[in-house]
Design a protein around this ligand. Structure first.
Ligand code: HEC
Ligand code: HEC
Length: 309
């Protein structure tokens, strides 16, 4: 990269900024060696051309090509990690994409590796076929409580370039992505909110703050309140929140609880406690699942189910 002097100072300084940003990201707590992610086989590399369907690892950010495409991929990576600081005009909260899709979607928390190979895709919540850009904007409007990125913007192009890079060698239209472990609790036990509160105080508030407002998008993102995801987000459904918490939280170990050791009941109690708290509304929520089939744990009424009654 340093060889690039010929391209002029402006470009060089962009490269330097990208390097600094990447170096900064590498020290984030998401890279803790105690997480489930580290336990995964990191030896299979998509970059070699051989896809191990059990554990796909995307090519490293160190291998991003030089030139305009590489710059775009790196900008997309930065946007994933620092969404609400780099483009605050499109985000309504203080989260980043990495607040849920750990390590810019490269960790096993909620991986986005291989994602560009499976879009366009029909999404029942929208009742239509969504492109990868549409799906990115779904998270912008719900999980980030913000506004859709213009499709014709350098930011959208950078996010697609980055997601395509971390999908390298994944065959288009692949039916299954076995490395994507689902953060979904299939059958959620009847939750006990008071027990959820006790567990929260024991093992969660150290990073997420006692009032749920968080300590930072990459140290402990906001779980409720104005700076968290809105009611229309996937995480606002108890099946998704409980599944995510059970598999990923607490990060490492806290208050005597190790990551991955919460029972279904405990994860459900924690999710119910977090979801019992106030959070931003989503104004277009009634238009969700226009063709019906709304899942039971969606915390709002949609127009399509009113019509049937
Ligand atoms: C509050 C948590 C949260 C945040 C923040 C978040 N997402 Fe998501 N995202 C989710 C959940 C939950 C899903 C749905 C997973 C499922 O279908 O079970 C999802 C799904 C996706 C998908 C589709 C994945 C697939 O396999 O079909 C993409 C793409 C995506 N998010 C991109 C982003 C981007 C880009 C950002 C930042 C602008 C972002 N997300 C921020 C929680 C979040
Ligand atoms: C050591 C710090 C730490 C502890 C303890 C911790 N978390 Fe997290 N949590 C994080 C970080 C950092 C993220 C961002 C995702 C990542 O990096 O993997 C996160 C993400 C989340 C998210 C998704 C993002 C959001 O804003 O909704 C939820 C939900 C969550 N944690 C719940 C919990 C619960 C419940 C506990 C207690 C069992 C807990 N966390 C304990 C650091 C922590």
């Amino acid at each position: 990269m340093i060889k690039k002097e010929k391209t002029g100072w402006k470009k060089l300084s962009m490269v330097v900024v990208a390097i600094l940003v990447f170096a900064g990201c590498a020290t984030q707590p998401t890279a803790q060696p105690t997480t489930v992610n580290e336990a995964k086989d990191k030896t299979a590399s998509g970059a070699t051309g051989a896809i191990n369907l059990d554990s796909y690892t995307p090519p490293s950010m160190d291998k991003v090509p030089e030139g305009p495409l590489g710059e775009s991929i790196k900008y997309g990576h930065k946007l994933m990690n620092e969404t609400s600081t780099v483009i605050p005009e499109y985000t309504g909260n203080k989260l980043s994409c990495s607040s849920c899709h750990g390590n810019a979607g490269m960790d096993a928390t909620s991986p986005l590796t291989g994602v560009t190979a499976v879009y366009p895709q029909y999404i029942p919540r929208s009742g239509k076929v969504l492109t990868i850009e549409d799906r990115i904007n779904g998270c912008f409007q719900r999980s980030m409580n913000g506004k859709p990125l213009p499709y014709n913007s350098d930011e959208m192009r950078a996010m697609v370039a980055y997601l395509t890079y971390i999908s390298t060698d994944v065959p288009v239209g692949i039916k299954e992505r076995p490395w994507i472990e689902k953060n979904d609790m299939k059958s959620v036990p009847q939750p006990n909110v008071a027990n959820g509160e006790a567990l929260f105080q024991k093992s969660c508030m150290q990073c997420h703050a006692a009032d749920g407002s968080g300590t930072g998008p990459s140290s402990g993102p906001a779980l409720w309140g104005d700076n968290s995801f809105n009611i229309g987000a996937g995480m606002a459904r108890i099946s998704k929140a409980a599944g995510y918490i059970q598999r990923n939280m607490p990060l490492g170990e806290m208050g005597g609880i190790k990551q991955g050791s919460l029972t279904d009941q405990e994860a459900a109690d924690l999710a119910a406690y977090i979801l019992s708290k106030p959070r931003p509304d989503f104004s277009k929520k009634a238009q969700d699942w226009p063709a019906g089939g709304v899942p039971k744990d969606v915390p709002y009424e949609v127009d399509s189910s009113k019509k049937k009654q």
